[in-house]
Unconditional design. Structure first.
Lengths: 309, 217
């Protein structure tokens, strides 16, 4: 069990999401940086979709009530055990009574902590992911706070022997404070004049401070639109909607499943982890247009980097 | 622009558009394709989202290229004209209109020039079609609102609308699945459970259902 001594700023239980319910208005949710969660799970010997913690900007303080094997990936929030800094992207053995904490943000936005055995809360609609707007899933549908005691699933084998497993840095995504994010134009790219598309694919946008798990609102040169709204239709994660003020909004993990603003482009799956590590109020991004063949090649290449072991 | 047309939406989804307006015939074609895909799902199909006039289709890009996915969906589209559709379900939704459950019914009455009783009578006089669920879990978008009831939405959304609230926004009427912020004009509330996360499917209503509202005390 992991006992929460301090919940940090926004720490939630996430797995790879609950697909299959978008037609009921329920988004997939799940880890915003699914690459980092999958790696963390792999390092501790969990299946890729085991539930872990998504830790945002300021980390929690957790006490291990039993020996456990953990891995921290994603943002560098200065991962510590008993006050000593520990390596990221590596499996770490934690003794009974030890305290996991985070010293301060150095890079990125969201860190992921996986523990061997996974966090065993009851699934909702097949997933342990937290959907905050609906207040369901994960830990009672909310962020963690002091006093929460997180049950961990059973593990076999000798945990200390499994420590020290690393994920090689050269296989990481191109995380950055100002990433170039690739996107496939459309499906409503015909709702935008050429200058609108040029602006979107050329300008630098700041991630606004109001950005969250539902959507990343971007601030920058307004994107000119040709027509007004569209009839509300399905919106996948990564889709970029452009409301009347021309400030694009990128749909993130807890996105609304339908929307009435024209979609100028859709961020490729392989680059969604880059966005997940962008800090609201600080990070700046640029979009680069790619065709679908290239986008799918990037996806397969990313999955190969995850699976190659 | 000719319909239907199939467009990519990123690397793991495509959309099939059947038109550019809200119309029951267009929606029927959305449901027909949805049904055809559900009846014979191709390997790599993940999930589908029926909306007013299009169907969003998620697929696995590890298994299918865009061209392959498009071809498989086009095949289903061709089959869908022949695939028999089940009869739509008819569902009655009991609603307590007005009072604390419908705080905006007075505004709707004033705006439309009708009495509150006439608002209720009109709202309960037609059979609606569930066009889609979206915006929030279990939120139901219904088609068929009598035009005389059209009322603009709130200028500022309420921070919290109770689950089961029945509202009007423009020419649309709908039902809130769970408690969320919302800008629709609330005229009543149903005590039926619209969203139950322990149930399969988790919502009472599905796209294509026919709905009648029944006033209850």
């Amino acid at each position: 069990m992991l006992e929460v001594l301090d919940g940090g700023w926004l720490t939630t239980i996430q797995d790879l999401g609950r697909p299959g319910y978008e037609r009921y208005g329920i988004p997939v949710s799940g880890a915003m940086d699914f690459f980092a969660l999958r790696v963390a799970n792999g390092l501790v010997g969990n299946p890729p979709g085991a539930a872990g913690l998504e830790i945002t900007l300021v980390g929690p303080v957790l006490a291990a009530t039993a020996p456990c094997l953990v891995a921290v990936t994603g943002a560098d929030l200065t991962f510590r055990v008993d006050g000593w800094e520990m390596p990221m992207w590596m499996s770490v053995f934690v003794r009974r009574g030890s305290v996991i904490s985070f010293g301060g943000r150095r890079r990125g936005c969201r860190a992921y902590l996986a523990v061997a055995g996974g966090i065993e809360v009851p699934p909702v609609l097949g997933s342990r992911s937290t959907y905050l707007p609906g207040r369901f899933g994960g830990w009672e549908g909310r962020a963690l706070r002091a006093g929460d005691r997180l049950p961990i699933g059973p593990v076999s084998g000798h945990l200390p022997e499994r420590a020290g497993r690393r994920f090689p840095p050269h296989r990481l995504p191109a995380y950055s404070d100002c990433p170039t994010v690739r996107a496939v134009p459309g499906p409503q790219d015909d709702h935008f004049p050429p200058e609108g598309l040029e602006t979107f694919f050329g300008a630098e946008y700041r991630v606004s401070p109001t950005s969250d798990r539902m959507g990343y609102r971007l601030e920058g040169p307004p994107v000119a639109r040709r027509r007004a709204e569209i009839i509300s239709d399905g919106v996948p994660p990564g889709a970029v909607q452009v409301p009347p003020d021309g400030q694009p909004i990128v749909m993130m993990a807890d996105h609304q499943t339908t929307g009435g603003y024209p979609k100028i482009a859709t961020v490729i799956t392989a680059d969604r982890p880059l966005l997940a590590q962008c800090v609201p109020g600080e990070s700046r991004i640029r979009f680069a247009a790619v065709d679908i063949a290239e986008a799918q090649r990037c996806y397969r290449e990313m999955m190969a980097r995850l699976d190659a072991d | 622009m000719t319909f239907p047309r199939i467009l990519p939406v990123g690397d793991a989804a495509l959309v099939v558009e059947f038109g550019d307006e809200i119309h029951p015939d267009i929606h029927r074609r959305v449901l027909a394709l949805d049904h055809a895909l559900a009846a014979d799902p191709f390997p790599g199909l993940r999930e589908t989202v029926p909306t007013y006039r299009s169907l969003l289709v998620y697929y696995d890009p590890r298994q299918l290229s865009w061209d392959e996915a498009r071809r498989l969906v086009a095949n289903a589209l061709a089959r869908s004209t022949d695939t028999p559709m089940p009869e739509p379900r008819e569902v009655e939704i009991p609603v307590v209109y007005g009072g604390e459950f419908g705080p905006d019914i007075g505004f709707v009455a004033a705006h439309t020039g009708l009495s509150e009783e006439e608002v209720v009578r009109l709202h309960t006089s037609v059979t609606y079609t569930v066009y889609m669920l979206g915006f929030a879990p279990g939120f139901v978008y219904l088609g068929g609102l009598p035009e005389a009831l059209a009322t603009p939405r709130l200028p500022t959304p309420r921070p919290s609308v109770p689950a089961g609230s029945v509202g009007i926004a423009g020419l649309q009427t709908g039902i809130y699945g769970l408690s969320t912020p919302g800008g629709w004009r609330l005229i009543g509330r149903t005590l039926l459970t619209m969203l139950d996360l322990n149930r399969q499917p988790p919502t009472l209503l599905q796209p294509g259902d026919r709905v009648r509202f029944v006033p209850t005390g």
